[in-house]
Design a binder for this molecule. Structure first.
Ligand SMILES: [Zn+2]
Ligand SMILES: [Zn+2]
Length: 333
């Protein structure tokens, strides 16, 4: 039996839950969970915001732990190895995206916490190609958030071939945004944070921003007209997107990784005029996750975390719900 924490209804507290995982499949591994980050998507799934939650649900998809067991056909992972598991716990491996290395775009991928029990548990299982070894030099206790939030903001740098000479801005300095500032700074870019308060301004500069702009100050934003190659939005609220579009260079890109539920309200002329783009992307493929981990190791990138014991899981969740987390919460065993 696997001991876990599960939500039994929308917005419900997490309570201890035991399940029988059955025999380990040939292509699966079992991970002893040491740490697990809490992501906003865990809250969305607990609350059934997306209408696809299956209760009882064991959330947790920023897992760090050690391989406890490997299926008979798994050759590249060994018992005792430090690994991580993110949003996906398996892929179809047969579709064109999977066969092109874009597993993260697989329409039939298995989400770790939808119809599958996740990492708020002693153990979690996943197919081996969704489980990524953690290289030496990556601090384990803060690594969990890299596997969902981190890869979500790292992936666009790879997908859109961001160069060290590029000027990149980040909207929203929270769980995702603070990691975006660290990655962009280490990537060599000139980094700007859009912030809305003096406290956040100072934090953004500490985290890796070279400049800040007050996102509520129309005049200040106009000083950056035509300035950025890319803006990455990590927020999940509606903003005046046209205001941000004006700060993009010709061929610039406003890229969404934060899930704003309200439709975008975009003046199409600001896209046509400068041949600008609007885009979005999810987490990254296994190979991009591995690349991010090597980069994090080389540049000593560590998410800024608050630690809670698994026994304080409901307290940790309510801190995240109240928007108090600085910047990511990690549960430890
Ligand atoms: Zn596929
Ligand atoms: Zn997530």
């Amino acid at each position: 039996m696997i001991n876990a924490f599960a939500a039994f209804e929308a917005k419900g507290e997490l309570r201890p839950f035991e399940y029988e995982p059955g025999p380990l499949k040939p292509d699966e591994v079992e991970i002893d969970v040491q740490y697990c980050g809490i992501c906003h998507s865990d809250l969305s799934v607990i609350d059934n915001e997306w209408g696809m939650t299956q209760y009882p649900v064991v959330p947790g998809h920023e897992v760090v732990g050690k391989i406890a067991d490997v299926g008979v056909s798994v050759n590249h992972l060994t018992v005792g190895q430090s690994v991580g598991l993110g949003w996906h716990a398996g892929y179809c491996n047969e579709c064109t995206p999977c066969r092109s290395g874009d597993h993260n775009l697989c329409a039939n991928a298995q989400a770790t916490i939808i119809g599958h029990h996740g990492g708020f548990a002693e153990k979690v299982r996943a197919t081996a190609n969704s489980v990524i070894p953690i290289p030496e030099g990556v601090e384990l206790e803060s690594a969990g958030p890299l596997f969902c939030g981190g890869i979500t903001v790292f992936n666009p740098l790879v997908q859109f071939d961001i160069k060290p000479t590029d000027k990149v801005a980040v909207i929203g300095i929270g769980g995702l945004g603070h990691m975006a500032l660290m990655f962009l700074n280490a990537w060599g870019c000139e980094v700007t944070a859009f912030t809305s308060s003096e406290a956040k301004r100072e934090a953004a500069l500490r985290l890796g921003a070279h400049h800040t702009l007050n996102s509520r100050d129309e005049q200040e934003i106009q000083t950056a007209a035509g300035y950025f190659d890319m803006i990455i939005s990590t927020v999940n609220v509606k903003l005046d997107w046209n205001r941000f579009l004006g700060t993009l260079k010709p061929r610039g890109r406003l890229h969404f990784v934060g899930a704003t539920l309200e439709p975008l309200d975009i003046g199409v002329f600001s896209l046509i005029g400068g041949q600008r783009s609007i885009s979005g992307s999810p987490v990254g493929s296994p190979s991009t996750i591995a690349r991010m981990l090597e980069f994090a190791s080389l540049h000593n990138i560590k998410p800024v975390i608050e630690k809670f014991s698994f026994n304080a899981i409901n307290e940790a969740i309510s801190r995240l719900r109240n928007g108090k987390a600085l910047y990511r919460i990690v549960l430890y065993r």
